[in-house]
Design a protein. Structure first.
Lengths: 373, 264
């Protein structure tokens, strides 16, 4: 042996060459392949005349066999192939495969244009679909309310529990937190003007008119809107919706209407609860920061707001509820086949319903301003 | 078909005293199983008899309440991640292909993670495995969602073979397939066993696979395994095995098998 090239750590492959020829020893597998390839590529001309002795290759796997087949195709004679490797070599050498097709590479700027076009098209379709589904779900709700006997009370009450009662702790907590933030900022900002007393007004007005309903709607969109999409989406993916249709049920009437009605009942109630908790949070905060007693807080609140403020907040709730429910159910019914699609639609539903809630809130603000409420 | 001589060698897979309990219900009660190097073993059993749990136990995905599973004398837990991947390959029932990756990327994932092969060679090896599994070359760039049921199984098989594992577990490889595609998968299993010398354990309900592909069959009965060749099992007194191998479905398969066997 005039020269031996050892490659890698153990287990390894050794290329040994002398006057008689080139021999491969040891383990030729996917781990030692790069080293063996490097060593043999250098001696390719010698290999072609002398051949390659593989009788001392102890272990051979399919990438190793592929390499030997390629050498053989290049004109290198293999000698001393062990019996146990013969079947593998035959199998791998017998394969006729082409390299993987290359994906067409689209330049970055073109991809941006394509994505932009696709997204715009999708927005158009989405808007159309939302409008259509709002119409269908709306008429279904009205029809169901016109025929109260067709209402599915068990389903509605279960949804009320899941979307309403189960949401009480988180809604209450968030309302308290938000009013603490408002009260704290109010005290700090109004103090330089000597108007820190007005913190009470600030808290009461903003909680009752805006914050109570907005926070509640956002939590419900994240909690129940997503649940609607996931529940209905899984049913869609498992062909349960198709089963309902075959049995003569109307999926919208059976699945969407009870959820919408339940949500339109619970969201105003949750909003009222959130208002109460928000005022409570404000009372605690002003008590600790400004030494306003609870009775004084109540008195000031009474002067600062009237029933119309409470009404302005709560009247928005059923509208928000309707749209959160519609978006959630619509995305659930849009699920196609796979479980992956359920996740994707759920994300979209939450984003779309929160977006819609905030847009509607802005529209309501303008409307109430014009109405002078 | 099942005439491969069985030599007395150290088993490549040896499960000993496996106990699996869920609550009060015992699925496996001190169950033993030895799989010889190079054989194809079928695991059968009625629905709910714990075949899937047994497969999960053997592949290290489920920890049994008691017992050990040894691969050539070593537990999977004692191996490095790369060693584990090179030891065991699994074809899951639904394929379990990563949906965001193309078929070739699925096959290349373990190669890229566990070997130092340069990227052009990775692609070559992936193309080879895809061809080995009997898929056309252009299937490599497809996403799993674009494949038919039979192609998903083949693609998943290509991925399971990525690192040339010494033992391959197949979970219901022919379920949900039409008979012709299923026969293709059966042929492929035999070919891989012969060509790659790979040991294969198949969990299946498919009588054709059990009779024509498997050298030995292990049947889960009463929380234990009854192991033997089909001929041996036919003499069993257990009512479920008797019904399995003498029922109307079995008769057809056996007749077919005898005919091909006679001709060959």
């Amino acid at each position: 042996m005039s020269r031996a090239i050892s490659a890698g750590t153990s287990p390894n492959v050794v290329v040994a060459s002398d006057d008689k020829g080139v021999a491969l020893r040891g383990v030729l597998d996917i781990h030692t392949l790069p080293a063996a390839e490097r060593a043999l590529k250098r001696q390719i001309t010698q290999l072609k005349s002398s051949g390659l002795d593989v009788s001392n290759v102890e272990t051979l796997d399919s990438p190793g066999a592929l390499f030997l087949c390629e050498l053989r195709d290049a004109g290198v004679a293999l000698s001393g192939v062990r019996d146990e490797h013969q079947a593998l070599l035959d199998l791998i050498c017998g394969l006729k495969f082409e390299p993987l097709p290359k994906l067409k590479v689209v330049p970055g700027w073109r991809q941006v244009v394509i994505d932009l076009g696709k997204a715009t098209d999708e927005i158009g379709h989405d808007a159309y679909e939302v409008i259509e589904f709002v119409g269908r779900a709306g008429t279904a709700v009205v029809r169901a309310l016109a025929h109260p006997r067709s209402l599915r009370m068990a389903s509605i009450s279960r949804q009320i529990r899941e979307t309403g009662i189960d949401a009480l702790p988180i809604v209450g907590l968030m309302a308290v937190m938000i009013s603490i933030v408002i009260a704290y900022q109010g005290v700090v900002q109004l103090r330089p003007y000597g108007g820190e007393d007005f913190t009470v007004n600030l808290v009461a007005v903003s909680v009752l008119r805006e914050m109570g309903v907005l926070i509640t709607a956002i939590i419900v969109a994240g909690r129940s809107g997503s649940a609607f999409t996931a529940e209905i989406g899984v049913m869609k993916a498992r062909e349960e919706i198709d089963a309902l249709k075959v049995m003569g049920f109307e999926p919208i009437e059976l699945l969407v209407v009870p959820r919408l009605i339940a949500l339109m009942i619970t969201l105003p109630l949750l909003t009222f609860f959130s208002d109460v908790m928000g005022l409570l949070g404000g009372a605690v905060m002003t008590h600790s920061q400004l030494d306003v007693s609870f009775l004084q807080f109540l008195d000031r609140t009474h002067q600062a707001v009237d029933t119309s403020d409470l009404f302005v907040g709560i009247v928005k709730a059923p509208v928000f509820a309707f749209f959160i429910g519609v978006i959630g159910c619509m995305h659930g019914l849009r699920v196609r086949g796979s479980a992956e699609s359920v996740g994707k639609e759920t994300t979209r539903a939450v984003v779309a319903s929160i977006f819609l809630v905030i847009v509607l809130d802005a529209l309501f603000s303008i409307l109430f301003e014009k109405l002078g409420l | 078909m099942s005439a491969t001589p069985r030599r007395k060698v150290e088993p490549i897979l040896s499960a000993h005293g496996i106990v699996n309990r869920f609550g009060r219900q015992a699925l496996h009660d001190k169950l033993d199983l030895d799989v010889a190097r190079g054989e194809i073993l079928g695991i059968a059993g009625r629905s709910g008899s714990g075949k899937s749990v047994l497969l999960k136990t053997l592949t290290g995905l489920h920890r049994p309440n008691a017992g050990t599973v040894l691969f050539s004398g070593k537990t999977l837990a004692s191996m490095s991640p790369a060693g584990r991947a090179a030891c065991v390959g699994v074809l899951f029932q639904q394929g379990a292909l990563f949906s965001s990756l193309s078929v070739a990327q699925n096959v290349m994932l373990p190669i890229r993670e566990h070997t130092a092969l340069p990227p052009p060679d990775q692609e070559k090896v992936a193309a080879m495995k895809i061809e080995l599994a009997g898929l056309p070359a252009d299937a490599g760039i497809k996403l799993p969602s674009q494949l038919s049921g039979g192609m998903v199984k083949r693609a998943a098989l290509a991925r399971a073979l990525a690192l040339d594992p010494r033992i391959l577990f197949l979970d219901e490889p022919t379920s949900d397939l039409d008979p012709i595609t299923a026969t293709g998968i059966d042929d492929l299993i035999r070919e891989l066993n012969r060509g790659l010398g790979i040991t294969i354990v198949i969990v299946t309900h498919d009588l054709t696979t059990l009779v024509t592909v498997c050298h030995r069959v292990a049947v889960l009965v009463d929380q234990k395994l009854v192991v033997g060749t089909i001929r041996e099992l036919k003499r069993s007194n257990d009512p479920w095995i008797e019904e399995l191998l003498h029922g109307p479905r079995a008769q057809g398969v056996m007749r077919q098998e005898k005919r091909t066997h006679g001709n060959g």
